[in-house]
Structures are given as structure tokens and as C-alpha cells.
Design a protein around this ligand. Structure first.
Ligand code: PXG
Length: 299
């Protein structure tokens, strides 16, 4: 008896296509210019974690690039849930993409009449490796600075990720797992696709949105968890030296989840990996992530 491996079904503009047949035009400005926005979302035990928060951020990113998404927030939430259901994915990663749509070979977005909405659901291991949460990751501080807030700011989750990709390439060339990017002033901003936290004297510090970071959904959840379990949190500028001399550092992101940092540019961070505060936050995150109160139950 042969087993049929079913391909994931991808949502494109209201229709479902098998993964191998899911294609968009080469004239789409998302492809030609990175002109579009996206979200990465996780499903934990059938619950789409913080779905409304992700969709609302998607609409804010779209607004910042003057892209009118051709459906309501409620319809977008329903479409994501429907795509998770048709794929029967109880534990998965969702990539939600809205492109500017098909235009001509010029930049002018007015030539693109209809944005495309794409929803991909697939399995995905933690992007920095499943073992990272026990052994921690090695980071460098990249020579590529985070794009400033007066340019292609990472407050907008756009399809243009070259700024992060350049830093990631530098990390790979140095044999590290990922890179920390400084903002244009020289303060710590974030990693290539994750926010950063440091611990000093029992207090949690994280850079403010004004450092040009993506206001991460996981970052907000971690700040909420910390306050709930009695750990003070401060959003403020962090210098590279403060980061290197912190007692604990960890990264947060939908793809990465919560990952302790073991080393930065050859400097060992803290005494144990994960540090005690990082461990407490990871444990609480694991406890709440599949609670239907923290998302939308799809399955
Ligand atoms: N900063 C940046 C620059 C990001 O791209 C985060 C922080 C974390 O945000 P959330 O909301 O996920 O806590 C991101 C996350 C992936 C992936 O596969 C994630 C992102 C971008 C590309 C890939 O997880 N964004």
C-alpha cells in the first residue's frame, strides 16, 4: 500500500492551491521591489497564538506603506483560521503576506491595482535550532546598522529584509548563529529577526521602539509575563558594553521563540544557560502559549 504525502494547501486571494502550484506573478511588486508586508505567526496545539495582534500589526505595516488591504481585519482572521483548518495543522508556523500586487516594471505603486493576500501554513522548528533553548546561541555584533527610523524602519514588517540579511550573512561568515544590530546612534536595537532582552540586577531591559526595532508580539508577551511574575521591566537604550556585561541575555521572536544567548562576540554571557530569569520566562511562556485565551482556537 502506498502512502500519499499530502502537500500543504496555500491560500492565494481566496483560493487554495497545492504548495507546488502556489505561484504569483513575476510582475508582482512584492517580488520586484520587496513592496509588501508580512507576518509570521505560530499555532500551538490548535490555538493561533496572538492572531488578532499579528493581524492588527499587519494592517499597521500596510498603512505605513499606503497599501490598502482588500479585506477587513475580521475576514483576514477568518481566512487564516480557515487555512490552518484545511491543513489540519495543530502545531505550525503561518506566513501571512500581502504584496502590492501586479504592476509594470516601474516603481510606481499606482500601477498595481490589487494587492495579493497569501497564507502559507507549514511545520517549522524553532529557527535558531531546537537545542538553542538549552545550550543558548552565539551572536556577533554586526557592522551593518539597523535601518534608521527615518528610512526603511523595521517598525514596518515589510518584505524588504536585506538589512537583516546582510547582518545574518556576517554572522554566518563569523561562525555565529545570529547577529545583533546596533541602531544608527550605536545603541543595541535587535537581532536579525528577533527582539533582545538583557538582565541587570534582577531587572529586565529591552530597547525602545525608537531604536528602529520591530515591536515584537513575543516581546510584548515577555514583558507581560515578567511583570506578572514580579520581574521589573524597563524599555531603554542599551549600550553594547552593557549588553556584553549583562548577567543574562535572550532573544524573542515568533520563529525563534525565547532563546538564551550564551556568547556575544567571544564574550561569555552569565554563569548558566539559560539564566534563572530567562528560565522562569521560558517556563511561563510554555505554560500560556496554547491557552485559547491567548489566541484564536482553530482546531
Ligand atoms: N524583530 C524583527 C526584525 C523581526 O523580523 C521580531 C523582531 C520578533 O517579532 P515577533 O512579533 O515575531 O515576536 C521579528 C520577527 C521567522 C521570522 O521566521 C520572523 C520575522 C521575520 C522573518 C522571519 O520567525 N520577524
Amino acid at each position: 500500500m502506498s502512502t500519499v504525502v499530502q502537500e500543504p494547501l496555500v491560500y492565494i486571494d481566496g483560493e487554495f492551491y497545492a504548495k507546488s502550484a502556489a505561484k504569483i506573478s513575476v510582475f508582482d511588486h512584492g517580488f520586484l521591489y520587496g513592496d509588501g508586508v508580512f507576518e509570521g505567526i505560530r499555532v500551538y496545539d490548535g490555538v493561533v497564538f496572538k492572531l488578532r495582534e499579528h493581524v492588527e500589526r499587519l494592517y499597521r505595516s500596510a498603512k505605513a506603506i499606503r497599501l490598502d488591504i482588500p479585506m477587513t481585519v475580521e475576514d483576514m482572521i477568518d481566512s487564516v483560521v480557515k487555512t490552518v483548518r484545511v491543513n489540519g495543522s495543530r502545531d505550525a508556523y503561518i506566513r501571512l503576506v500581502v504584496t502590492r500586487g501586479v504592476g509594470d516594471l516601474g516603481l510606481d505603486p499606482r500601477k498595481c491595482s490589487t494587492p495579493s493576500v497569501i497564507i502559507i501554513v507549514e511545520r517549522l522548528e524553532p529557527i535558531l535550532g531546537a537545542k538553542a533553548r538549552e545550550s543558548g546561541v552565539k551572536l556577533i555584533i554586526s557592522s551593518t546598522r539597523r535601518d534608521p527610523v527615518y528610512a526603511t524602519s523595521h517598525e514596518i514588517k515589510s518584505l524588504n529584509y536585506l538589512n537583516s540579511i546582510l547582518a545574518k550573512l556576517e554572522a554566518i561568515a563569523a561562525g555565529a548563529d545570529d547577529a545583533i544590530m546596533l541602531d544608527s546612534r550605536g545603541f543595541v536595537s535587535e537581532a536579525t529577526a528577533a527582539n533582545i532582552f538583557a538582565v541587570w540586577d534582577g531587572t529586565l531591559f529591552t530597547p525602545p521602539v525608537a531604536a528602529g526595532i520591530l515591536p515584537g508580539i513575543t516581546r510584548a508577551v515577555v514583558m507581560e509575563i515578567a511583570r506578572k511574575i514580579g520581574i521589573p521591566v524597563q524599555e531603554r537604550d542599551i549600550t553594547p558594553t552593557e549588553l556584553l556585561t549583562s548577567s543574562e541575555v535572550f532573544l524573542t521572536g515568533t520563529g525563534a521563540e525565547i532563546v538564551p544567548v550564551a556568547m556575544i562576540s567571544g564574550v561569555k554571557i552569565g554563569k548558566t544557560v539559560p539564566g534563572p530569569i530567562t528560565k522562569k520566562i521560558i517556563d511561563e511562556f510554555d505554560r500560556i502559549k496554547s491557552d485559547p485565551a491567548n489566541g484564536v482556537k482553530a482546531l
